[in-house]
Write a protein that binds this ligand. Structure first.
Ligand code: GDP
Ligand code: MG
Length: 714
């Protein structure tokens, strides 16, 4: 028999850390709400009969957000044998709010006071015995991070589960409320309403007019009216709405507990975190600091340290050692020349071009993981809330984008945490604008080839992408499909702390391993295919790349990109193969220039790219590849999250057109200003973009009007 134990608690209370410590799993430990939307389960390392479920973090069990619904349905519907309620002991007041609701559900519960290492450091004192008496369930101290007390708490939960010892907790309320609750309880009983829920909990939920519960009971309108009159009477008596009444009662109870069992060392003094936040989230300084931090991240990972390591892996490891040795080995063992070419130029050249960037990608992920783990990224969502709010999105939309800077797929999935459907759709449409890790090699390659590795290139591309999120956000919000007020964004800022090495490494590896796996699978196959297509012509004779199948296909597509400054077949093919996976853009160049090189003196991929682009067309190429339709995996995720083919097509079309227009402006205006190109063409490009934006706004608005008038008629 397995024993199922759920881990429930506020976001950032340490559930995932505890889950990983107990199960040996390596789950994503995130420092903002909404990272775990689906529950994950694993087996307890020390007792395989115990199944542990990591639930999404919630502040309460009301039915307003997806996380709350998932957590609540688990506790009510899946009958866990016990619950470990993780309480962030540095923030006990807010955390106990959820605790009071969990205890009411009657499932055997043990409370784990987490982050005790921090509590002790602050010099605060918590009285476990008193807490346990007041809450009527065991309370134990742990530190999930330092893995202290975690086995004891799990064993306690198992013990409770075996005894099936549920507690009988209800939050004490004042008389007026109590009488309303008792009446509701009686109504439920006398009408013989069928349910398997704890009676007292049910009464509270009905009192709060909880829609999910009302729906699940299927109450008749008569019963509903009876209940409603009880509620209304109490509301009138206390001059407050029912939900607020219960909330106030919970906080009153918690206040009482805290006064009894918690002794804070220093009261009302600013903590170090508060002091850092005064600067980092300052209205004026916040954005420049964020820009500086991200500039630094890209500078380190792409331009300085990352470039040195990547140069070494590309030139020495893949170029000289692997490619050189394999080539001479295959030649000396008389392998057919085409096979040598396939392996050396196609597979090693292409896959190597991608793998060469792994150090840069890992470095980027390492730095992002550190920023996230120490608590800074949570501030960024908070800071961006102020920017996003101006055009009607909340900072919650920025969280998927932050996650998307690793990979777009989890980023798109994280948009689930947005309650408002319009905001969610819009966030999905904008998330992949943020360069994911697979797009990083494109930036790194072109920054190296045409800009001499200048440190401003990578950050400027990143900021251009953020600017496009904001500009497109403003445009979309002005159309009927997305108009509306931003949802309120409440997010608690975790205290800053020094990230744990383990956490950061897990996090980096979690995001980075996908590249290595992809390089060995999709990219590997794609490289073989690209090599084949660019080595043979339609009559299957081995030819120069310029007369190959690939070139002939590329030449058909290429004119589309000519206005963007990169109308040669190589760039066209690279862009299209990028749809399979963005790494393919670089891999394609690795393959096609790998072979063209064989007879030439220069073996250098960078030199070949430099010969085919100008600085302006290179920037335009980067911009297009950052913003256009994402890879198939991400498009698949968009399809799942949108739940509609129509919206998937709209999204992909919207992204590709945006990318095209941005690249057009960069190329035409950039050429005119920097390379002495035609001013007229630049003006035409600007005019086209203005026309398109105006068109979108006009159509979007007119739809808004027509849908309003339909609304009036209906
Ligand atoms: P979840 O949102 O509840 O899953 O919380 P996480 O497991 O993602 O943890 C949030 C943050 O708190 C992470 O940065 C953890 O490293 C940190 N954390 C978790 N447990 C402890 C602990 O016992 N002590 C300290 N100092 N930090 C912790
Ligand atoms: Mg978590």
């Amino acid at each position: 028999m397995t024993i199922k134990i759920g881990l429930a608690g506020n976001p950032n209370s340490g559930k995932t850390t505890l889950f990983n410590a107990l199960t040996g799993a390596t789950q994503y430990v995130g420092n903002w709400p909404g990272v775990t939307v689906e529950k994950k389960s694993g087996k307890y390392k020390k007792n395989k009969e115990v199944e542990i479920v990591d639930l999404p973090g919630v502040y309460s069990l009301s039915p307003y957000t997806l996380e709350e619904v998932v957590t609540r349905n688990f506790v009510i519907g899946e009958h866990p044998d016990a619950i470990i309620n993780i309480v962030d002991a540095t923030n006990i007041e807010r955390n106990l709010y959820l605790t009071t609701q969990i205890l009411e559900l009657g499932v055997p519960t043990v409370i784990a006071l987490n982050m005790m290492d921090l509590v002790r450091k602050n010099g605060d004192q918590l009285d476990c015995k008193k807490l346990s008496n007041l809450l009527g369930c065991p309370v134990m101290e742990i530190s999930a991070l330092k893995e202290e007390g975690i086995d004891a708490v799990t064993e306690k939960a198992v013990e409770l589960a075996k005894q099936k010892k549920s507690q009988n907790f209800v939050v004490p309320v004042m008389e007026e409320v109590q009488s309303a609750l008792s009446q509701i309880e009686k109504i439920v009983e006398s009408n013989k309403i069928n349910h398997s829920l704890p009676k007292k909990w049910l009464a509270i939920k009905l009192f709060e007019r909880d829609e999910e519960v009302i729906k699940s009971l299927g109450l008749s309108s008569l019963v509903k009216r009876e209940v409603e009159s009880c509620i209304a009477q109490c509301e009138k008596l206390l001059d407050d709405d029912a939900e607020s009444i219960i909330t106030a009662e919970r906080y009153a109870f918690i206040g009482n507990i805290v006064a009894n069992a918690v002794k804070k060392a220093k009261k009302g003094q600013d903590t170090t975190s508060d002091r850092i936040d005064k600067i980092v989230t300052n209205r004026i300084l916040a954005l420049p600091i964020f820009a500086l931090v991200m500039w630094f991240v890209y500078y380190i990972s792409v331009s300085s340290l990352g470039a040195i390591v990547t140069d070494w892996t590309n030139d020495v490891l893949f170029g000289e050692i692997i490619q050189g040795n394999v080539q001479s080995f295959m030649e000396s063992s008389n392998v057919a020349p085409w096979l040598t070419a396939l392996v050396v130029d196609g597979l090693i050249g292409g896959v190597g071009a991608v793998l060469g960037f792994v150090p840069q990608i890992m470095l980027l992920f390492l730095l992002l993981a550190i920023l996230e783990d120490c608590g800074y990224m949570a501030r960024v969502a908070f800071i961006m809330d102020r920017v996003f709010r101006r055009f009607g999105l909340s900072g919650k939309s920025f969280i998927p984008m932050l996650i998307g800077s690793g990979c777009g797929v989890p980023g798109i999935m994280a948009s689930r945490t947005l309650e408002n459907d319009k905001d969610r759709k819009m966030t999905i449409m904008l998330t992949t604008f943020i360069p994911c890790g697979a797009k990083l090699p494109i930036i790194a390659l072109f920054a190296g080839a045409l800009f001499g590795g200048a440190s401003w290139v990578a950050p400027s591309v990143y900021f251009m992408c953020i600017a496009m999120v904001i500009i497109c956000g403003i445009i979309l919000k002005n159309t009927s499909a997305f108009a509306g007020e931003p949802a309120p964004f409440v997010m608690e800022l975790p205290t800053y702390h020094i990230p744990s090495l383990k956490g950061v490494l897990i996090h980096m590896w979690d995001r980075g391993k996908a590249f290595i796996i992809k390089a060995g699978t999709i990219i590997f196959v794609a490289c073989g295919l690209i090599w084949f297509l660019q080595s043979f012509n339609w009559s299957l004779e081995m030819v120069d790349a310029d007369t190959s199948i690939l070139a002939s296909i590329g030449n058909v597509i290429a004119p589309i990109f000519a206005p963007l400054g990169f109308g040669d077949w190589g760039a066209a093919v690279a862009t299209v193969t990028g749809l399979i996976a963005k790494e393919n853009v670089v891999a394609t160049y690795g393959v096609i220039y790998g072979i063209a090189d064989a007879t030439e003196e220069s073996q250098d991929l960078l030199a070949m790219i430099a010969a085919n682009f100008t600085t302006v067309s290179a920037y335009s190429f980067m911009a297009f590849n950052m913003l256009c339709a994402p890879c198939f995996a991400a498009i698949g995720a968009i399809r799942r999250e949108m739940g509609s083919v129509k919206w998937t097509l709209i999204t992909v079309g919207f992204q590709t057109i945006t990318a095209y227009l941005v690249a057009l402006i960069i190329n035409k205006v950039g050429s005119a200003v920097l390379l002495g190109g035609s001013m007229v063409e630049a003006a035409i490009a600007i005019a086209i973009v203005i026309c398109v934006i105006t068109g979108v706004l006009l159509i979007g608005k007119s739809k808004l009007k027509s849908s309003q008038s339909i609304g009036l008629e209906g």
